[in-house]
Design a protein around this ligand. Structure first.
Ligand code: TNX
Length: 755
């Protein structure tokens, strides 16, 4: 008996080993991860003799599948209405967007409720083919999405892209089972959709005289080159149809009441001052907005919407609503009269009046309105859907008020942010830092909402603002592979989320990206890393990641890693001044981090002022961790202080010779981050009696000051001391000319370097 058990045990072990081996060999890798995959033995051979069969209502999907096979394997199976060995079928018992994909040794079948669901099955099959080529493993996949709204946005106002690229953009969305294309068509820098009744919108509003060179926060230089273009209504129809055929609904955005300079340049009578206005050449937020007191403005907007609505079969129209300064409305007699007549409290309620009036109009035409979360201010329009972009608070408030919400928080799904901490080799971006992992880690359902309230969160969207994306290649670089992470948080059930597994699938989908000639970002395919302080170890710990199955090679002496460099096996502990270089491709140095282990690094630091939590990302004090911050103000390297002056005491733990203290600061004007007024340095041996050793008055931030990093040094005669007190004087209240005038300015510090 015992022997039999032993024998059975060994057999089972053998069998399970054989199975796992087979399974890993012929694993299918799909992004976004499907709900369930069951593997069977055997495989299906895809050959030029394979035949796709589909009823006429699935002809479009059959042609797409044929094209995918052609671009992957170089042949195109024939199409028939029945009896094929690759069969596409309608199954009305299935749910919205659900599909079944089964591969047996003699047949591939995809079933869905309609063309779109079948197409999602085809997109999965296409990924299987691109990995496994003509030997498709036998599997049964049952799949359906988590959220009904899975969106990607594209701003064509700041830069316009050819129709051919808009189609490619749609192809990229469809590959990832993104079902909504949010087309941002009007901006301060350009009006991009033909409106026949108002031809000047594109004749004048479609073009600008030039574009700012460098970052708009710090540059006053322009290239002087006329730039622009627009989409004709025929082109719009073509795009909408193309998207529809790929499972995607297009939602247009016509911005109001702000971000409207291009429209005002064309028709100045709809602004408060009557103009003249000019299509914007730089970026940011402009005071010139539609006049809310003028009846003609509403008439104009209604007529514009009358032409827009029929072009887009979607139920939704996006009306913007974000970043609308109230400066002009405060001065405008017509706007003030409107406030009185409508018994509104202030200009915020006037904005709400504006938006609600437009909503009423859209509703009367059978359309629903979406707006950015500013539409909550001054009272939410009764039926509006809210896109929460300034964090998740707006979305939470709207869901609590039983409004539909789409989550698009800036910190997690803005693909115009940098994607690596080290930006020295990155092309210029608007700012911010959002790695692929940060996108992946985002959970769209806020835990502060009840189950009932969570139902109002209909989905999630990634945004692509194009201030610094002049070419299709740059858009691709910024969106891929972050869009893959987005697709997984939008589609895949949360209990299936697994970063390590996602990375291995990301490696496989790369084949499709290559076939599609996408200029995707390669950081994670090479090395992506983060260096963090470990206060227990009193050192920095570098964690490196790759999707590659090749080893990560690194050096700590500043040289470029080659074949003989150390192989990364576990997080690297660093406790001296060092440059870390790492790569999977020898002789290229992709990841580079500089660590300055100065005299105060990791010494006990006592904050005497309070920090603002929102700028204190990792819950540590990065003020003396040897790491410098970059222009990415919210990466966690910078600490923000807006409650009076900053001060702290550093304990060097023993008497130490010092002669210099250097403070790293950041200016980020729009966010209220101003340069400090002055710095004072004190020393002490007992933490009671302090002696001032140095002081420096700093240039006061003005309207003309450029954004950026400034290091301020205070030097003094060489002296020995144990305690150092640092005081950095805050700018104080934000001046009149600032948007948040009256609020406390922030001072941002990344490091206090003591030498
Ligand atoms: C804010 S997000 C904006 C856009 C900018 C973007 C840059 C939103 C509703 N408004 O106009 O392009 O920041 O990240």
């Amino acid at each position: 008996m015992r022997r039999i058990t032993l024998f059975l045990g060994i057999m089972m072990l053998f069998l399970s080993f054989a199975c796992t081996k087979k399974q890993t060999d012929k694993k299918v890798n799909i992004i976004p991860a499907p709900l369930s995959i069951q593997y069977q033995e055997d495989f299906f051979k895809l050959t030029p003799q394979s035949v796709i069969s589909a009823s006429p209502d699935l002809n479009n999907e059959a042609i797409l599948l044929q094209g995918f096979i052609q671009s992957t394997l170089g042949f195109s199976p024939q199409l028939q209405t029945d009896n094929g060995n690759i069969e596409l079928k309608i199954n009305t018992d299935l749910k919205e967007e659900e599909y079944l994909l089964s591969i047996s040794n003699d047949k591939v079948s995809i079933e869905g409720k309609d063309g779109r669901s079948v197409l999602w099955g085809i997109q999965s099959l296409r990924q299987i083919i691109s990995k496994n080529e003509d030997r498709l493993p036998c599997v049964t996949i049952k799949d359906q999405p988590r959220f009904k709204y899975r969106g990607m946005h594209l701003d064509v106002g700041r830069h316009i892209f050819p129709v051919a690229f808009i189609k490619k953009y749609i192809d990229i969305l469809s590959l990832h089972k993104i079902n909504t294309f949010h087309w941002h068509l009007t901006e301060d820098q350009g009006w991009r959709i033909e409106i026949k009744k108002y031809p000047k919108l594109t004749e004048i509003g479609g073009f600008r005289k030039g574009t700012v060179v460098g970052h708009h926060g710090s540059s006053k230089q322009f290239d002087g080159q006329r730039y622009g273009g627009f989409y004709t209504q025929e082109e719009v129809k073509e795009v909408v149809k193309y998207a529809q055929e790929r499972g995607i609904e297009t939602i247009p955005e016509i911005e109001l009441p702000g971000h409207a300079l291009a429209a005002l340049a064309s028709y100045p009578q709809f602004g408060c001052s009557g103009g003249p206005y000019e299509v914007a050449q730089t970026f940011g937020v402009f005071e010139e907005v539609y006049c809310a007191g003028n009846e003609d403005t509403f008439h104009f907007l209604e007529e514009v919407l009358d032409e827009v609505m029929p072009l887009f079969p979607s139920n939704y129209i996006h009306i913007g609503g974000d970043e609308c300064p109230k400066t002009q409305w405060k001065k405008c007699p017509k706007c003030q009269k409107r406030i009185r007549d409508e018994k509104l409290k202030d200009e915020h309620e006037l904005q709400s009046y504006f938006v609600q009036r437009i909503e009423k109009y859209l509703n009367s035409k059978g359309k629903r309105m979406i707006g950015w979360d500013e539409i909550l201010e001054g009272g939410l329009a009764p039926n509006a859907t809210v896109m929460s972009w300034r964090g998740t608070e707006g979305g939470i408030a709207a869901a609590k008020a039983h409004h539909e919400v789409i989550m698009t928080p800036g910190d997690h799904v803005y693909f115009d942010h940098y994607q690596t901490e080290d930006i020295s080799n990155e092309p210029l971006q608007v700012g911010g830092y959002t790695s692929v992992k940060e996108v992946y880690d985002y959970e769209p359902l806020p835990s502060s909402l009840s189950k009932e309230e969570q139902k109002y969160i209909i989905g999630v969207q990634g945004n692509v603002w194009t201030e610094y994306m002049k070419t299709p290649e740059k858009v691709e670089y910024m969106m891929v592979p972050r869009v893959a992470a987005l697709s997984e948080i939008a589609w895949t059930a949360p209990d299936q989320k697994d970063w390590t597994n996602f990375k291995s699938r990301l490696n496989d989908i790369r084949k499709v990206y290559d076939q599609m000639h996408i200029n995707y970002a390669k950081h994670l395919y090479n090395v992506l890393g983060e260096v963090k302080a470990d206060t227990t170890l009193k050192a920095l710990v570098a964690t490196l990641e790759t999707t590659s199955d090749q080893p990560i090679l690194y050096t700590l002496d500043g040289t470029v890693p080659n074949e003989n460099s150390k192989v990364y096996a576990k997080p690297i502990v660093i406790n001296q001044t060092t440059t870390l270089n790492a790569t999977v491709v020898p002789n290229t140095s992709y990841l580079k981090r500089e660590i300055n282990f100065h005299k105060a690094a990791f010494k006990p630091l006592k904050l005497l002022s309070t920090t603002s939590n929102s700028y204190f990302k990792y819950g540590r004090t990065p003020l003396n961790d040897g790491l410098r911050g970059s222009l990415i103000y919210n990466s966690g390297a910078w600490v923000g202080f807006n409650q009076g002056d900053f001060s702290c005491v550093i304990d060097l733990e023993k008497e130490t010779e010092i002669s210099k203290v250097e403070i790293g600061t950041l200016i980020k004007m729009k966010k209220g981050v101003f340069g400090p007024k002055s710095i004072e340095i004190y020393i002490s041996d007992d933490q009671k009696d302090y002696q001032k050793v140095g002081e420096k008055a700093l240039p006061i931030t003005t309207k003309e000051t450029a954004d950026g990093i400034s290091d301020y040094e205070v030097t003094f005669d060489k002296t020995a001391s144990r305690y150092i007190k640092v005081i950095v004087r805050n700018y104080g209240k934000l001046p009149q000319w600032h948007n948040d005038s009256g609020k406390q300015a922030y001072v941002f510090i990344d490091e206090i370097i003591v030498e």
